[in-house]
Design a protein around this ligand. Structure first.
Ligand code: FES
Ligand SMILES: [Fe+2]
Length: 455
């Protein structure tokens, strides 16, 4: 007798009532730990938002390519012979092989699949197949665009930064970026030639935590003094051991800032914008070491003192472009966030060269990346430990809710967003307001309202 095993949709046996998991100032631990919610996020958050792909300078010549992932989709950014940059699925239309290997390189004039040699122009259109005559007797029409490489639904750039959306619908890129477009502008304006380029390779870290924990930490000011005590204390002691009057070396400035007291952070301003974005005011006094002074001189020579002053006044620490990247405008770095699973997150760190600035400026950028954010730095491993402890703690039966209550109800409205003091948990509430929107939940979440209660 044939037995039929019924297939029961997951939702029927394990319904997810997302509405009950997100409140204006607290969220349920399941949003960080439930693999089914992660799968929904891939469809609803990463399947809708504009996601950072890369920078045009990563594919400078026709045929150059760079691969990455948008949500769970492997994609490739390629420059066509006409100079246009395309973003398409890294999948051959024949039998599905990845068209180019992961990483970056040059395909030459054409993209040729490794498996059976189907060949495509660099805009993804099919150029030739072996044994073409074998298709003449079939209904299959190789001229049909479906035999080209499928493009992602939408691609747009802002000052050379390439974004893509897997959805044909939704706001245009400029509307999506809103107030954080100014961070990308300032990133480029800081270059004497007004342009930047990726340089120096990439550093990768696989974190043992949900992707949202990383984003929340980007504007979590109060963790610094506790989490990073070993490095900021060592940096302070190092400086104190130098002869009296020695100016703080750059290496000390970028590490001992984490030791600032909570009153310091409170005075900084945080901005949160629609779609979950935001930025944080700069935490470093503009450095006055010889490298930094030579850089300012190069900017003044190109733009004049008044414009230079205007540009450098935009002094920001981490910017959040939710849910895919975090540019650091002052030290020319972008961290790209790629969720791998509910408790694994890939973070890729790209450094940028300011075109027209002295080479030592770029060396300073590398120094910042190496000392503060690289896997072997003295600072980032502290954060990784904290993120993993959060992930493991949330997996326990020790409680159900995560608090985002601090300074709730005190946000100030801004056009397209809201502002708060530096120790507020407004950024987390703001990101979850966007998250709820993507996930199709109407929580009435507004970051300037106070509702719900702590456990
Ligand atoms: S899978 Fe690409 S040519 Fe066959
Ligand atoms: Fe940190």
């Amino acid at each position: 007798m044939n037995s039929v095993i019924p297939i029961i949709p997951i939702a029927a046996t394990n319904p997810i009532d997302i509405q009950s998991l997100v409140q204006p100032d607290r969220v349920h631990k399941r949003v960080y730990t439930d693999p089914a919610i992660f799968e929904l996020e891939m469809d609803r958050v990463f399947g809708q938002a504009w996601l950072y792909v890369g920078h045009e300078s990563q594919v400078p010549r026709p045929g150059d390519y760079f691969t990455t992932r948008l949500g769970r989709e492997p994609v490739v950014m390629v420059r066509h012979t006409d100079g246009q940059v395309h973003v398409m699925f890294n999948r051959c239309p024949h039998k599905g092989a990845k068209l180019v290997p992961d990483g970056s390189g040059s395909a030459g004039k054409f993209l040729r699949c490794l498996y059976h040699g189907w060949t495509f122009k660099c805009d993804g259109s099919l150029l030739s197949v072996p044994l073409r005559s074998g298709y003449e007797c079939t209904a299959l029409d190789l001229k049909d665009p479906q035999y080209g490489v499928r493009k992602v639904a939408r691609v747009a750039t802002h000052r050379g930064f390439v974004f893509a959306s897997l959805s044909a619908e939704g706001p245009e890129l400029q509307e999506f970026l809103g107030g954080v477009a100014t961070s990308l502008d300032n990133f480029c304006d800081r270059a004497p030639e007004g342009e930047v380029e990726v340089a120096g390779g990439v550093q990768r870290v696989i974190q043992r935590n949900n992707w949202k924990i990383f984003f929340e930490n980007l504007h979590d000011t109060i963790h610094a003094v506790a989490t990073h005590e070993s490095s900021w204390r060592a940096a302070k002691e190092e400086h104190e051991a130098m002869p009296a009057g020695t100016p703080k070396p750059f290496e000390v400035v970028i590490v001992d800032g984490n030791g600032e007291p909570l009153e310091f952070w409170e005075k900084l301003e945080l901005k949160g914008y629609d779609h979950g974005h935001g930025f944080m005011e700069g935490i470093f006094v503009p450095p006055t070491d010889p490298v930094s002074l030579a850089y300012v001189a190069s900017l003044e020579a190109a733009k004049g003192p008044e414009r230079t002053d205007e540009i450098l006044r935009v002094n920001r620490h981490n910017t959040i472009v939710y849910p895919s990247c975090s540019p650091h405008t002052s030290f020319q770095q972008i961290r790209v966030i790629r969720p791998l699973s509910v408790d694994r997150t890939l973070v890729e760190i790209f450094s940028f060269r300011l075109k027209g600035a002295p080479e030592a400026t770029f060396q300073r950028t590398l120094k910042y990346t190496n000392i503060v954010n690289s896997p072997s730095s003295n600072v980032m491993p502290d954060d990784l430990e904290a993120y993993n402890r959060v992930q493991e703690g949330l997996g326990s039966d020790g409680g159900d809710w995560v608090s985002m209550h601090r300074a709730a109800g005190r946000d100030q409205p801004l056009p397209g967003g809201r502002a708060s003091n530096g120790n507020s948990e407004m950024p987390s509430r703001n990101m979850f307001a966007a998250w709820a929107g993507y996930m199709g939940v109407d929580t009435g979440t507004r970051t300037n309202e106070h509702a719900g209660s702590a456990e």
